[in-house]
Design a protein around this ligand. Structure first.
Ligand SMILES: Cc1cc2nc3c(=O)[nH]c(=O)nc-3n(C[C@H](O)[C@H](O)[C@H](O)COP(=O)(O)O)c2cc1C
Length: 177
């Protein structure tokens, strides 16, 4: 799929999934897209755990307030960063940005392969959910799941909410011009 088509068709999916497995080859291709993302000083700080074990999926989906895509996902991809990221350039750490770049690449790969996902981040930070899921996945002390991506074949509507027009958010040469 052309990259601009994948960008246009990507959307956050929180609905039901079809009862169809996601083959490991596809999961690998999706995560490899994440591994190819840029990272600060090419430090490649992010780590990934791909979950396709039905028992683990059930335990994660059973966490109260998990959305339907988390409950029904055939696979989950956890993007993991350090709790206290090391500064690697002039006192700055870039692990959050590294993770975000990898996640967007993976979301585009998900779209190109005709699956659907949603960037779960805010939800993870509440009520110790990131640490609870990390414990299930053997994430070591000092590391934390920053983003979780459910993956599956969507049963519901594929729709991206409207975005503001170019002129409202982007400018040539001078802010607001
Ligand atoms: C940093 C970040 C955190 C997000 N956290 C969540 C989340 O915890 N749960 C969720 O359902 N969606 C989450 N989203 C998805 C956004 O709600 C979604 O991208 C936004 O509503 C725009 O919709 P679209 O992705 O379909 O364009 C997050 C997105 C980003 C970029």
């Amino acid at each position: 799929m052309d990259v601009f088509k994948a960008i246009a068709e990507r959307f956050s999916y929180r609905g039901p999934y079809r009862d169809e497995q996601v083959p490991r080859d596809d999961l690998r291709r999706i995560v490899e897209a994440g591994l190819l993302a840029p990272s600060g000083k090419n430090a490649q700080t992010t780590r990934f755990v791909i979950v396709d074990d039905p028992d683990l999926l059930e335990r994660i989906g059973a966490i109260p307030s998990a959305n339907r895509s988390l409950r029904e996902a055939k696979a989950l991809i956890a993007c993991i960063v350090d709790v206290n990221p090391e500064a690697i350039y002039e006192g700055f750490a870039f692990q959050i940005e590294d993770c975000a770049a990898a996640v967007e690449n993976m979301l585009l790969a998900v779209t190109a392969l005709d699956y659907a996902s949603v960037w779960v981040d805010g939800w993870l930070r509440v009520e110790g959910r990131a640490h609870a899921i990390g414990a299930m996945l053997g994430v070591p002390d000092g590391k934390v799941i920053r983003v979780l991506l459910p993956v599956g074949v969507p049963e519901g509507e594929r729709r991206q909410p409207p975005k503001m027009p170019f002129e409202q958010r982007a400018f040539f040469n001078r802010f607001g011009a």
